[in-house]
Structures are given as C-alpha cells and as structure tokens.
Design a protein around this ligand. Structure first.
Ligand SMILES: O=c1[nH]c(=O)c2[nH]c(=O)[nH]c2[nH]1
Length: 296
C-alpha cells in the first residue's frame, strides 16, 4: 500500500498589525490582519522532520512587522505583494506564497465639528440598546450602546501602579488606548425625552470625552466619560460602563536592528483588562428594579 504526502501549505494566520504614522501632530492609523501560507518542496519536514526548508511561521510574522516599519504599508495589495515576493525570493524551496490582508477601517472622532488628530472610532459592530421595566404605576428606562470601538494613538499613559515580584508590565507615558464601549444609562423623569436625540448626543459626548481626556488609566477615562454625560444630560441619573482594555503591545523590532517609536503594534485580542464602573448623580432616585434585567 503506497502512502504519500498530498498538497500542503503552512504559514502564520491572522497576525494583528497596527501602525501609527505621524505627520506633524496628525496620526494616521492602519489596522491590518495578515495571514501567510507558503508552498513548495516541503516533503522533508513532513516525512523526516528535516526543517531546513521551513521558514518558521514566527519569522513570517516578524517579517510582516519589520516590513511595516521599514516602508509605509501603503495599499494592502502592495504590502501583500512585497511580503509574498520576499518569501518566494529568499527561500529556495518555497515556490508559492499566498498573503491575505484584511483591513479594519477607522474614522476620526469629530470634536466640536473637527476631525481629531489622534482619536478614532470604528463603526461596524455597534448596537444601540434599551431595556425597560414596567410596573403598574411607573416604568424605568435603561438605554445604551454596545461595541462602540474607539482608539487613541497618543494621550494615554499608565504608571505608578504597585510593583511586586510578578510585575513585568513596563510603565509608559505614551501608549495606545483602545476599547469597545458598552454603556448603559438610566433615565429619570423621562416624560418628553427625544430618545434618538438623547442617544445621539450621549454617544457624541462619550466619543469627545474619550478623544480629549488625557488618560492616566482607562479607569480615569471611564469616570470622565460618565461625568461628562451626567453634566450634559439632566435626564440621565446614572451611567454604567464595561470597558475592555484592548491591549496594543509595542513590537520589539530591535533584533532586526530597527527602532520602534510607537509605530508598529501587535493588537492582542485576549486576554484583555476589563474595567467596569458606575457614575451616579448624587441626588438621583433609587434605581428600583431598573437594572435587574439590564446586565452589563
Ligand atoms: O488603564 C489601565 N488600567 C489598568 O488597571 C491596567 N492594568 C494593566 O496591566 N494595564 C492597565 N491599564
């Protein structure tokens, strides 16, 4: 009975690559997910474990990050072609490379009508929500937003936290801060509220505060967003947040002789910090049963 190796390929899938380019104070963000798959004479590794033709998938990933630093990413087609050619041209046994790139688009957050220099939002999975609780004599309304994705490429620091024998996190005075805002706000005295307008303006307050508040922690940003909503919206008694800290780690390009001045990041999807909190107006009524079904 003859047995042989059929078609095969290998590569690194879904490399999360975020770049920030600066022109003056204006930041330009690119958010790519890159996958490679190489083909060629790879029978040796499958049959005997001889890896002499196997460009490690880790190297493929590093090449993506290094190329993103060395030259402007440009169009995703050009970036993919540069990578594909690199793998085929430098590896004798590799005869074909397939490189796929998905780009996540970001829009600039508008602050006072003008596009912000370094704060972005990403439409897509965002949802507007409401949960109402109705009793015979009154009702409660809790509305909100899910999946409002925002990112600022500067204006965020994190330091001053306790260091113990398990601490490896490096303090930073300039990092990417990104989250997907889940917010729920409870209305009070809500006769005559224009729900759509209220939602639109609360959303805008959340965006503007995220953009303009210089952040020393996501917790501080959470409170600032809640405070801004309560100050601007008398109809809101309380607002609750669940904010995943979508970590963007600086890629260490020093093994390749390259510096990384907050230009090339690895966007991790998990684990993530999860920052949750409530901001309440002091004189607000008791929420009663309002939150029972409004799980954050
Ligand atoms: O804004 C932050 N808050 C934290 O509590 C925290 N913890 C951490 O590791 N990074 C951060 N960032």
């Amino acid at each position: 009975m003859g047995i042989s190796l059929g078609p095969n390929q290998y590569g690194k899938a879904e490399v999360r690559l975020v770049t920030v380019r600066r022109t003056g104070g204006v930041h330009h963000l690119r958010d790519l997910t890159v996958s490679s798959a190489l083909r060629g004479d790879l029978s040796a590794t499958h049959l005997t474990g001889d890896n002499s033709a196997v460009l490690a998938t880790d190297t493929q990933k590093n090449t993506m990050y290094a190329f993103a630093k060395q030259q402007d990413v440009g169009e995703i087609e050009d970036f993919a072609l540069r990578l594909g050619r690199r793998f085929v041209d430098t590896q004798e046994k590799i005869t074909g490379a397939r490189v796929s790139v998905e780009e996540q688009e970001w829009d600039r957050i508008t602050v006072d009508g003008a596009p912000h220099d370094h704060s972005f939002s990403s439409s897509g999975g965002e949802r507007r929500t409401t949960t109402v609780t109705v009793h015979a004599d009154r009702a409660w309304v809790v509305s909100g937003v899910d999946g409002l994705v925002v990112l600022k490429s500067t204006g965020s620091e994190f330091h001053g936290y306790p260091k113990d024998e398990y601490t490896t996190l490096v303090e930073t005075d300039d990092r990417i801060l990104a989250t997907a805002v889940t917010a729920r706000w409870r209305y009070e005295g809500f006769t005559g509220i224009d729900w759509a307008k209220s939602h639109r303006e609360i959303r805008q307050t959340l965006l503007e505060t995220f953009a303009t508040k210089h952040s020393l922690s996501l917790q501080q940003t959470l409170y600032a967003m809640g405070e801004a909503v309560l100050r601007a919206r008398p109809e809101v008694a309380e607002i609750r947040f669940s904010l995943p800290n979508k970590h963007h780690f600086l890629v260490d390009l020093s093994p390749f002789g390259l510096e990384n001045h907050n230009e090339v990041f690895y966007a991790a999807d998990r684990p993530y910090g999860l920052i949750e909190g409530t901001v309440v107006r002091d004189e607000a009524e008791e929420p009663g049963p309002a939150w029972t079904d409004a799980v954050l």
